[in-house]
Design a protein around this ligand. Structure first.
Ligand code: FAD
Length: 463
């Protein structure tokens, strides 16, 4: 066996410093040489050498193999790192909805926010720039005074930072690092270019311009697509249909809507299936005939020796859980980072109200918080008449939305370890705790170790 390093991401400033040679630093070389692996008997370093020495040829070969033959996964071998700055939290929500990329973002939880507000083009176009700017300045002042008020009332600095941000709008800017492969990047650009928000169109343009320059053969179709942009019109139509039905007005934080039928048994059946030589139906029948103790013994056997950073076995993915949750924008910002779940969010709705942190109540600022939220609500309504999408820039971190959260039990373990832990932010921790309780009732065997990192040892000792 031989293992060689073929490449790794290098800071672009170092690449720029090597004058005149930058073309040969394109990630297209790795993609082009790996694309040849399946049909060229030469060893991989030779294929890379050839691609390095003839970049034009490598580009042609990429175009033929990726776009001509449709062997698109080859483009995944080329990876980009982007610094993205001065982007609104609203735009970040969209960008971070892409699951095959990695993001690290400035945290409003740990960093005190300055007056960094994004003024959208849509607001300028509907002549609301002055009013929008005034409300944004007002919110920024309120954020600062809430922060000071909390410190004055003896709240910890970390709590003051973490909770005063609930009054900040989604127009606040963020910065983030994004690592993404060429295939996903092309998809991201196309979707953002087709979006109704101009800020996202601008982001698409900027990402596309950089990617096309570095790797023209890998990012070939980074443009708006009718199929994606029509989605917004179709949503408007579907929304009109749903308005004819009366809503159940659910505002509960979390409901478990459905789970895999007979899920504990199903998990045992999956383990019998994967470890033995019986068909799935027989495994199911066998699991049903077992006593509770026999089933528990099988599930717990898979957990023997498990450590804090180990996942439970893949068979746990066969147990699916569908939740409806109602969370603040602040909580959603964290929830959406879980890429191994299927997350469908509704637009923000004023009808679902706002989440006021307990610390705000403790320092007697809840009524003032509501008054401030009313100011942003009035701006939201006003902008909404001119542009329903741009109105979301006025949404506060405290505003709530409904979300469908579909996750399998294996990933729920990961989620609960991070989010039920004592270091987790309080709103998502409460959510995660409620989810775990509900799931433990449905899957007493399979969900036995659900809990935060801090309770892992105790739960394991109880097995
Ligand atoms: C206390 C705390 C503080 C945080 N602070 C910040 C912060 O300041 N800034 C910030 O941006 N984020 C922050 N986060 C979010 C964090 O970085 C993760 O994005 C989030 O917790 C989702 O977890 P995940 O990436 O492990 O899992 P998921 O996205 O849910 O994925 C599940 C698992 O799949 C695997 N996986 C998924 N994608 C990949 C991949 N591309 N490569 C390899 N493995 C993959 C991993 O095993 C991962 O654990 C914080 C999270 C916590 C709990």
């Amino acid at each position: 066996m031989e293992v060689k390093i073929a490449g790794y991401n290098v800071d672009s400033t170092l690449i720029d410093d090597i004058n005149g040679k930058s073309e040969s630093f394109t990630p297209e070389i790795i993609s082009a040489s790996y694309a040849r692996i399946s049909r060229d008997p030469r060893n991989i370093p030779e294929l890379r050498k050839e691609a390095r020495e003839a970049v034009k040829k490598a580009r042609k070969s990429n175009e033929k193999i990726i776009f001509g033959l449709g062997h698109s996964s080859v483009a995944e071998h080329a990876v980009f790192n982007f610094d993205i700055m001065g982007i609104s939290r609203l735009a970040v929500e969209e960008l971070e909805s892409f699951r095959l990329a990695s993001f690290t973002e400035k945290s409003q939880r740990y960093i005190k926010i300055g007056e960094d507000i994004f003024i959208p083009k849509e607001i300028k176009e509907c002549s609301l720039e002055k009013e929008f700017g005034d409300v944004m300045n007002f919110l920024s002042d309120e954020y600062n005074s809430l922060y000071k008020n909390m410190l004055y009332h003896g709240e910890d600095e970390s709590v003051a930072k973490e909770d005063s941000r609930y009054i900040l709008p989604l127009a606040v800017t963020a910065q983030l690092g994004m690592t993404v492969n060429a295939r996903e990047l092309e998809y991201i650009i196309s979707r953002l270019a087709s979006h109704r928000l101009k800020e996202l169109n601008e982001l698409a343009e900027k990402l596309g311009a950089i990617a096309r320059k570095i790797a023209p053969s890998l990012v070939r179709y980074p443009q708006a697509v009718d199929y994606f942009s029509n989605k917004f019109k179709i949503r408007d139509k579907i929304d009109k249909i749903s308005r004819n039905f009366s809503s159940d007005e659910n505002t509960e934080d979390v409901r478990l809507l459905s789970e895999t039928k007979d899920c504990d048994n199903f998990l045992v059946a999956a383990l019998l299936f994967s470890s033995g030589d019986i068909g799935a139906e027989d495994a199911k029948a066998m699991a049903l005939r077992m006593s509770i103790k026999e089933r528990n013994d099988i599930v717990q056997a898979t957990m023997g020796g498990i450590q804090l950073h180990n996942s439970v076995w893949r068979e746990f993915e066969h147990a699916h859980l569908l939740f409806e949750v109602v969370v603040s924008a602040s909580c959603f910002a964290q929830l959406k980072r879980h890429r191994m779940a299927t997350i469908t969010a509704q637009p923000y709705s004023e009808r679902l109200g706002i989440k006021i942190p307990k610390s705000v109540e403790r320092c007697g600022a809840a009524e003032e918080f509501k008054r401030v939220a009313d100011v942003s609500k009035r701006l939201y309504e006003k902008v909404r008449k001119a542009n329903s999408f741009a109105a979301d820039y006025a949404i506060l971190n405290a505003n709530r939305r409904r979300v469908l959260f579909d996750i399998n039990l294996r990933e729920l373990y990961h989620f609960s370890r991070l989010r039920s832990d004592k270091h987790a932010q309080w709103e998502i921790r409460e959510l995660s705790e409620k989810m775990s309780k509900m799931v433990k009732r449905k899957l007493p065997a399979g969900a036995v170790l659900l809990g935060g990192k801090d309770t892992f040892g105790k739960l394991k000792n109880n097995l």
